[in-house]
Ligand binder design. Structure first.
Ligand SMILES: Nc1ncnc2c1ncn2[C@@H]1O[C@H](COP(=O)(O)OP(=O)(O)O)[C@@H](O)[C@H]1O
Ligand SMILES: [Mg+2]
Length: 331
């Protein structure tokens, strides 16, 4: 984290002074308080409508977050070492264990934390961030610290697309780990898309919906179980020291790795602009990851239709439009 603001020595000293105590128990308590005071939950994270949508539990979890971080610091013997980052699910706090720079990620404690830990253990740092420890019940993961001031989002598409395609293939290790199969996702879409299309005001022409239902039928046949990070996108590939680029925040599915082509198009669609460049990106992904071109196109269309309809159902405006254009250009 090259640009990460670290705490200055005055701040740390004043907190250390307050932690001076004669009893061991008191020392631990004060150390916990010190860590808690260093954790400021960013306003942008608190403002997510999500915590309200989760109801009372969401609001309570948000209020308890500094304590959760402090407790986990005590359990793993960590010191807070900078301002937290965040995504949509959790707070990523730079920490030190002795002198080792790590990230303590505390996320909304649902099943995804355990699934992420499982995936990271299986990948074992080969193309991904290394998992150091996990406490899924508390939503906590301890991770190798990477440099989040450099991501694949910062590289031009001509470089970023082949690099991310190579990572997609690298993560495709055979797996029989009980994760959700991509074929089941396709089967679920075959069952749900029509109702959701109706409920969101028919955002696509009927012929597009028919095409998507046909693709969902084709893609719901079982395929060999390869691991796929179903949340792989450019901002989730950070610069590392062990390797130039490493994946963070994976969500594991097993099956077709072509599944991921849709998100890799819509997350940088604004730079692709027209059908020619969009097609170049899809072809570059196919080449770099060694994909089946027809499946890559099929998943790109199906996932763009699905994400468009989901986005409309939760009030998004821009991503649904991007996905409509992608579908038009690819069909
Ligand atoms: N291992 C890491 N090294 C450095 N920064 C990280 C690391 N993991 C997460 N971050 C920072 O925290 C942000 C959110 O992390 P992420 O795992 O994507 O959380 P979420 O599950 O909320 O999306 C990242 O965009 C990045 O800035
Ligand atoms: Mg993320």
């Amino acid at each position: 984290m090259a640009t990460n603001k670290r705490y200055d020595s005055d701040t740390l000293n004043s907190l250390r002074d307050r932690s001076a105590t004669s009893s061991v128990e008191g020392a631990w308590e004060n150390r916990g308080r010190m860590q808690r005071e260093l954790v400021q939950v960013p306003q942008s994270f608190q403002a997510f409508g999500r915590w309200q949508r989760e109801g009372e539990a969401g609001v309570r979890w948000l209020a308890a977050l500094p304590d959760l971080v402090a407790d986990q610091c005590a359990q793993w013997d960590l010191r807070v070492d900078g301002e937290p980052r965040h995504g949509d699910n959790g707070l990523a706090v730079p920490v030190l264990r002795d002198i080792e720079p790590l990230i303590l990620k505390v996320s909304w404690p649902d099943h995804l934390v355990e699934e992420q830990a499982l995936g990271l253990r299986l990948w074992d740092g080969q193309g991904t961030v290394k998992l150091v420890d996990a406490n899924p019940a508390a939503g906590a993961l301890l991770l190798e610290r990477l440099d989040d001031s450099h991501t694949l989002r910062d590289l031009p598409l001509q470089q970023a697309v082949p690099l991310i395609g190579t990572l997609l293939r690298r993560l495709a290790i055979p797996a029989d780990n009980g994760s959700h199969p991509t074929a089941d996702v396709a089967a679920e879409l075959r069952e749900s898309l029509w109702h959701r299309w109706e409920a969101t005001g028919r955002p696509f022409a009927p012929r597009v919906l028919d095409a998507a239902l046909g693709l969902a039928e084709d893609l719901s046949a079982a395929v060999p179980a390869l691991m796929v990070d179903s949340d792989l996108h450019y901002k989730q590939v950070l610069s590392g020291q062990r390797e130039p680029w490493l994946v963070i925040d994976p969500l594991v599915l097993v099956g077709d790795i072509e599944y991921q082509c849709g998100q890799l198009l819509w997350t940088r669609f604004d730079e692709m602009g027209d059908g020619v460049r969009l097609r170049w990106c899809l072809d570059a992904l196919v080449d770099a990851a060694g994909l089946d071109p027809a499946r890559a196109q099929a998943w790109a269309i199906l996932r763009a239709v699905d994400y468009c309809i989901w986005g409309l159902s939760v009030g998004f405006t821009q991503d649904p439009l991007r996905c409509q254009l992608i579908v038009e250009m690819l069909l």
